[in-house]
Design a protein around this ligand. Structure first.
Ligand code: UD1
Ligand code: CA
Length: 457
């Protein structure tokens, strides 16, 4: 392959987003738009990737959060967004070693590696100096149009704002992705003038300039028009989300996940789900969530950065940074906060909140409990209304409950506290001292009976 540089244009103001956040940093399925473009362009093994950024430094710093160790990534500043040709011209010095340049906008997150490889291959096979990635769209509005001559030869790109009625009928559009030979590109780009509706230096003009200078240009039509979706508005962003969801869910279903109503769930593309798991409506799976086989999730469940084993059942619940081993059952209405680890066959029921705690095998916290900073061992039963009083106003203190212990209903466990094995804590107790193993602890005022006619004496 020839020495290829990639230029990502991301210095535009993104005015149409009506946002204080730079357009390419808006999240799409949890990741900034530009991160999709970046990870895809690296797959075609470029010598260098150059990102053109604007005044706002947030784009560069956000990218560096993920790419600080990548050496062939450079940033170039375009001080004023004078147009896509001007943005590309800003990279002139950085392109010195390149033979070919792949130019792509930072706002086309759905582009695939295959499509990029195909346009590069086409450019080399056809010996063109400028190749534009095009597609035929049912609704071409918003895009530059591909203008062809009588023998179908590619003549130029007409921007929508500069197009007449007849040109607006053209359904073949410019994706904003191109491969150029560097030398002719740099010559042509110097000749672009901003004599158009937007008074900008259009990169699209380079095609006509190259052609009139005797170079070969071509528009290669991609069969996958959906990939070329450019995000200019939040309506486009929502469209990109729905395309990405469809791709993600279709792939999961092909891998053996049942999703009876795909329109009703949201699964980020990095989530992994095992065979024969069923995802019912109202399920949201985010971040680095990994789910095993044969689970039943939902209806209505939010999981973020969670790891679930096999045969887990979770319904109407919310969990972040939680692990659930095989055969755990959670919900309805459980709130599982970061640092919660549920071992095999644990049951967590309704109106139970757990944070920074581990619950051992076969233990149950079936209803109305708050468990914080606790270690509960195997085969314990934690009764309804049990509260770990883990916070003394200054420090978080730990509660340890050893195996086979039964905690009755409405118990306060005032931490730091240790309850031994096979202990029994009577309902309604406020436990402030450690309980030895094999012991019944009872800490409440006893019930007395008085005759009614004695009450006032
Ligand atoms: C551009 C193309 C259009 C194409 C469409 C595909 C031009 C003139 N038009 O239009 O033919 O159909 O993409 O999505 O190129 N940018 C800069 N500096 C600037 C201006 C823009 O870096 O001065 C960046 C933007 O951040 C963006 C990209 O270039 O990532 C494209 O700019 P945008 O304004 O979105 O162009 P479109 O109107 O979509
Ligand atoms: Ca765009």
């Amino acid at each position: 392959m020839k020495n290829l540089n990639v230029v990502i244009l991301a210095a535009g103001e993104g005015t149409r987003m009506a946002s204080r956040i730079p357009k390419v940093l808006h999240p799409l399925a949890g990741q900034p738009i530009i991160s999709y473009v970046l990870s895809t362009v690296f797959t075609v093994k470029p010598k260098n990737v150059i990102v053109v950024v604007g005044q706002d430094d947030r784009v560069r710093s956000r990218i560096l959060e993920d790419y600080s160790k990548i050496r062939n990534l450079e940033f170039v500043r375009q001080d004023k967004p004078l147009g896509t040709a001007h943005a590309l011209a800003c990279t002139r010095k950085n392109l010195k070693d390149a033979e070919q340049v792949l130019v792509i906008a930072g706002d086309v997150p759905l582009i695939s590696r295959d499509t990029l490889e195909e346009i590069i291959a086409f450019h080399n096979r056809e010996h063109t100096q400028g190749t534009c990635l095009a597609a035929r769209l049912a609704n071409p509005s918003g895009y530059g149009r591909i203008w062809r001559g009588p023998t179908n030869e590619f003549l130029k790109i007409i921007e929508e704002k500069d197009a007449g009625l007849r040109e607006l009928q053209i359904r073949e559009v410019n994706s904003g992705i191109y491969v150029f030979d560097r030398e002719p590109l740099l010559t042509a780009i110097a000749q672009v003038h901003p004599d158009n509706a937007k008074k900008e230096y259009y990169l699209t003009d380079v095609i006509e300039i190259l052609r009139t200078q005797g170079h070969r240009v071509a528009a290669w039509q991609s069969p996958n028009g959906e990939e070329l979706l450019g995000v200019n508005t939040r309506v486009d962003l929502a469209r990109a989300e729905s395309v990405l969801q469809r791709w993600t869910l279709d792939a999961l279903m092909r891998e053996g996940v049942t999703i009876p109503l795909p329109q009703s769930v949201y699964v980020e593309p990095v989530v992994r789900i095992g065979e024969d798991t069923v995802i019912y409506p109202g399920v949201i799976l985010k971040g680095k969530t990994v789910i095993g086989k044969n689970c039943e999730l939902g209806p209505n469940l939010y999981l973020e950065n969670c790891t679930l084993g096999n045969n887990v059942r979770a319904v109407y619940s919310f969990a972040r940074e939680v692990t659930m081993a095989d055969f755990v059952s959670a919900g309805p209405f459980s709130h599982l906060r970061p640092g919660t680890h549920l071992a095999e066959r644990v049951k967590v029921g309704n109106f139970t909140e757990i944070k920074e705690s581990s619950i051992g095998e076969d233990s149950k916290v079936p209803h109305l409990a708050y468990i914080g900073d606790a270690e509960i061992a195997a085969r314990c039963n934690i009764g309804a209304g049990t509260i770990t009083c883990n916070y003394d106003g200054v420090r978080k203190n730990k509660t340890v409950v050893e195996s086979d212990t039964f905690v009755g209903s409405n118990v306060n466990l005032v931490a730091p506290l240790k309850i031994g094995k096979n202990a029994l804590v009577a309902a309604g107790s406020t436990i402030t001292r450690d309980v030895p193993s094999n012991t019944l602890a009872i800490a409440r005022s006893f019930q007395i009976h008085k005759r009614r006619n004695e009450i006032n004496n």
